[in-house]
Design a protein around this ligand. Structure first.
Ligand SMILES: [Fe+2]
Length: 204
């Protein structure tokens, strides 16, 4: 099993398309807010880093297809927002949230369920997680929360392009055309069997 190299992972953003590469005149639409849902952790897990696939102290990795997810956070002025806290949470490969309110178990003990990171000087962030899966009543999604001293917090959800369940999902449909701003195309990440995706976030 390939072991996760934290330094290599954090530094692997060179190939990502970043919003700062866009022409200066390009208008960037604000990322729409979405409900937090019922499964934000009641207490944050001891291991809450940006690698949700490997829980500290456990030998095995999470079930599911690895997703290397990254992007850039832009502030209200359209410039990279450095130093913001980015949190994600999602259900595991069994469709179960690591939350006492989710009784659909069993949960995958090797999935971290929640992770966080701090955006770098260019607003860049990375997570290693799993490709989200369907659970009853919802299309696959990853919950995001962006927090910082000088910004209004943003809570939203990220979706995967091409999932047929998207168009059946009430929260997704509610977004209308703005759904494009939270829908991410995934592609194979090399030959590892993992996927990769870029989710840029613009704060309003
Ligand atoms: Fe959810």
């Amino acid at each position: 099993m390939q072991r996760f190299d934290r330094r290599g992972f954090i530094g692997a953003g060179a190939g990502l398309m970043t919003a700062s590469a866009l022409p200066a005149c390009t208008q960037i639409a604000t990322t729409p807010a979405q409900t937090e849902g019922p499964f934000y952790p009641l207490g944050l897990p001891l291991d809450r880093d940006n690698d949700l696939v490997q829980v500290e102290g456990r030998r095995d990795s999470a079930a599911g297809q690895v997703l290397n997810l990254g992007g850039q956070v832009l502030g209200t002025d359209g410039k990279p927002a450095a130093g913001l806290r980015i949190e994600i949470w999602q259900c595991d490969a069994n469709g179960v949230y690591h939350h006492p309110g989710d009784r659909r178990g069993p949960a995958d003990p090797n999935f971290q369920g929640f992770g966080h990171t701090i955006a770098d000087g260019q607003g860049g962030y990375r997570f290693r997680t799993i490709v989200p899966v369907v659970y009853p009543g919802r299309t696959p999604h990853i919950h995001f929360k962006i927090l910082g001293a000088d910004v209004d917090p943003l809570t939203t959800q990220m979706y995967v392009a091409g999932n047929p369940e998207n168009e059946q999902d009430g929260l997704y449909r509610q977004l209308g055309q703005a759904s494009a701003l939270v829908t991410v195309a995934l592609e194979p990440d090399g030959v590892s069997g993992a996927m990769r995706g870029v989710f840029n976030i613009t704060l309003g």
